[in-house]
Design a protein around this ligand. Structure first.
Ligand code: C5P
Length: 298
């Protein structure tokens, strides 16, 4: 997070995430699903700037005209939730407003949690801009209320997430992992995937993938990558099967591949940066979607 001393406004980057493992433990009475997932932030990032607005208005501008800029946008929801909480708890002694600019790089409906990451960045930036000093636990609670993936980004770059996704346990990053990322032009709606899912009778345990992740060795991690939502998303959007097949066809030049979250983005895990760039070169000519080389972190 950067504070520009001349203007006093704040610039912050919001990373995307990949799910290296995602299992569904059951359906909950509130309609959500109990899950267990290993998430990793990557260096594909949105950029947000925040300037104080003394009138108390919250105004979002976004360079992607297809995205809403009203309360449907998680950035606005996060700003309003933080402001209302500060007013209710007496932490705010003046009108709290902001002009927010959102420069999107993370595609929507891709399973990369771009909107959730923007919301998490908003909580952090506005807590500082408005000088609220909201307790860390309270920020975690607000994050969990805004969306299932928002809390993760407060504890990135790597964590196991449970419950709806909002119960987060940090995991140390053993080194840099290299990926090739494909974002197909068609998105998948998260709710559609969960609505078409049958929770498994015997869920896959997270232990083996966690051990492999901690080794820092892509050769160990690759065969352990797992996502319960992938076959569901491929049934809803059959064109995604071609993306999986293209990654499969790269064979041993990748250590493994998977769909992220509820899709539609897929990633291949590579031995190193050169292998990721070589995979990207071969995938680019297939016209399956936007191809990028990314790494874990930042
Ligand atoms: O919390 P979020 O808005 O990201 O969730 C989007 C939708 O995904 C929810 O409305 C719900 O249908 C589904 N979901 C779920 N179980 C989860 C997370 C999300 O069923 N753990």
């Amino acid at each position: 997070m950067n504070v520009r001393p001349d203007a006093g406004d704040i610039e912050i980057f919001a990373p995307a995430k990949l799910n290296l493992f995602l299992e569904i433990l059951g359906r909950r009475p509130d309609g959500y699903h109990e899950l267990e997932t290993l998430m990793l932030a990557i260096d594909l990032q949105d950029r947000l700037t925040f300037a104080d607005e003394p009138s108390g208005r919250i105004d979002l501008r976004c360079d992607d005209a297809t995205l809403p800029t009203g309360p449907e946008n998680l950035v606005v929801r996060a700003a309003e939730r933080l402001r209302d909480d500060a007013l209710a708890s007496g932490r705010a002694a003046r009108p709290l407003g902001a002009t927010i600019e959102l420069h999107k790089a993370i595609p929507a409906e891709a399973g990369l949690a771009g909107g959730s990451s923007d919301a998490s960045a908003t909580l952090k930036a506005l807590d500082q801009l408005w000088e609220l000093r909201t307790p860390t636990d309270r920020l975690d609670e607000l994050a969990g209320e805004i969306g299932s993936d928002v809390t993760f980004f407060r504890h990135a770059p790597a964590a196991i997430c449970r419950g709806r996704g909002e119960r987060v346990e940090r995991v140390g990053l053993p080194g840099v992992y290299h990926f090739v990322l494909i974002c197909p032009p068609m998105g998948v709606r998260t709710a559609d995937v969960y609505n078409n899912l049958n929770p498994p009778e015997s869920p896959e345990p997270i232990g083996p993938v966690l051990d492999a992740f901690r080794s820092g060795d892509p050769g160990q991690l690759g065969p352990r990558l797992f996502n319960r939502l992938q076959p569901v998303a491929e049934r809803i959007q059959p064109a995604l099967g071609r993306v999986r097949q293209a990654l499969e066809a790269l064979g041993p030049s990748l250590d493994g591949h998977l769909m992220s979250g509820s899709g539609s983005a897929y990633f291949g895990l590579a031995r190193d940066g050169d292998a990721a760039r070589e995979a990207a070169r071969r995938l680019e000519s297939l016209g399956l979607g936007r191809v990028r080389v990314v790494t874990s972190g930042p």
